[in-house]
Design a protein around this ligand. Structure first.
Ligand code: GRG
Length: 300
């Protein structure tokens, strides 16, 4: 991490904050408007617009800047919103009693506590459908490329992506497992939207096969590091994280298996490998490299 540690520019946080505002404004525009009695619409808007880190949209937008594809950033905002909507939809379900049974998310009561379990399920499905509609309608992208992008998002979301990861987590997460089995679950449940974000950037930037592979490797390593940060945060307080903590008690996470010190060591190794992917494809020291440092410095 030596290069990324020394490369974070003073204006980087301001730039992230400006990009987050653009994403939030576009999310606000793209989410369906809803009258006060429309609980599905209210839940979709509330859960998506609640203050999250917007890491998945940021990954796409920063990658495009590193690839000098700023001209596509406007079109990419819709794809960034689609990523965030899929993520938010997954959080609605993840928090439900049949899954993580959480009470607090992004500093607010979880969607099923605010609106009821029926609305949480229905608004998650509606948000997911809406995300695909937004991606499929993104302007300024040719039809064939758009098809490719939508397929990538579908693969990240479905039975080989988030859904499979959640299934592994629910079925295997409470059994004693070796490290590789835990990493496999994390790769499935946390990495797919990271790899989709970088896959979008590679496609929009017409990256060659080698660069596409490095961007995918970067996204996977960052996703694994991000999940370790998330697991480490489980030992903090809800005031610090804005969500339930202590939920991993009795679960087989890397932190539970190896302890926090060794988990930190693994985290550093994932970050170093992520950075190496960037260096190997000529993107060392860019915005994505700065995001690596930022994720560690501001994990919540
Ligand atoms: C696709 C609707 C749908 C469901 C798929 C429920 C489920 C099945 C998947 C959940 C997968 C999951 C919750 C993975 C955890 C990923 C993770 C680290 C979440 C926290 O993300 P942050 O820290 O949260 O980016 P904020 O609130 O900042 O956006």
């Amino acid at each position: 991490m030596a290069t990324a540690m020394s490369s974070m520019q003073p204006h980087f946080e301001q730039m992230l904050s400006a990009l987050r505002t653009r994403v939030d404004d576009r999310l606000d525009q793209r989410l369906p408007p809803c009258p006060a009695h429309d609980l599905i619409g209210l839940a979709m808007r509330d859960g998506t617009l609640a203050p999250g880190k917007r890491i998945r949209p940021l990954l796409l937008l920063l990658a495009l800047q590193d690839l000098q594809q700023e001209q596509t950033v406007d079109a990419a905002l819709d794809l960034a919103c689609a990523l965030e909507m899929v993520h938010a939809a997954s959080l609605f379900l993840d928090d439900m009693p049949c899954m993580d049974n959480a009470e607090l998310r992004r500093g607010r009561p979880t969607i099923h506590l605010q609106f009821g379990e029926d609305i949480a399920v229905l608004s998650s499905v509606a948000l997911l459908s809406h995300a695909f509609s937004i991606a499929a309608s993104a302007e300024g992208i040719g039809d064939s490329l758009r098809n490719h992008l939508v397929r990538l998002l579908a693969q990240a979301t479905g039975a080989q992506g988030l859904v499979r990861g959640q299934y592994h987590d629910l079925r295997e997460g409470h059994r004693v497992r070796p490290l590789e089995a835990i990493a496999h679950t994390n790769r499935l449940k946390t990495c797919p939207l990271f790899t989709a974000a970088l896959g979008f950037a590679a496609l929009l930037g017409a990256a060659d096969v080698s660069r596409t592979c490095h961007l995918n490797g970067f996204a996977t390593e960052l996703g694994l590091a991000f999940q370790l940060l998330d697991d480490l945060a489980d030992g903090l307080t809800p005031q610090q994280t804005g969500k339930d903590t202590g939920k991993d008690r009795g679960k087989s996470t890397v932190v539970a298996l190896l302890g926090p010190e060794a988990a930190h060591q693994h985290l550093e190794e994932h970050l170093a490998r992520a950075e190496q992917h960037l260096i190997d494809t000529g993107l060392g020291g860019g915005y994505l490299a700065q995001l690596l440092e930022y994720c560690c410095a501001r994990p919540y």
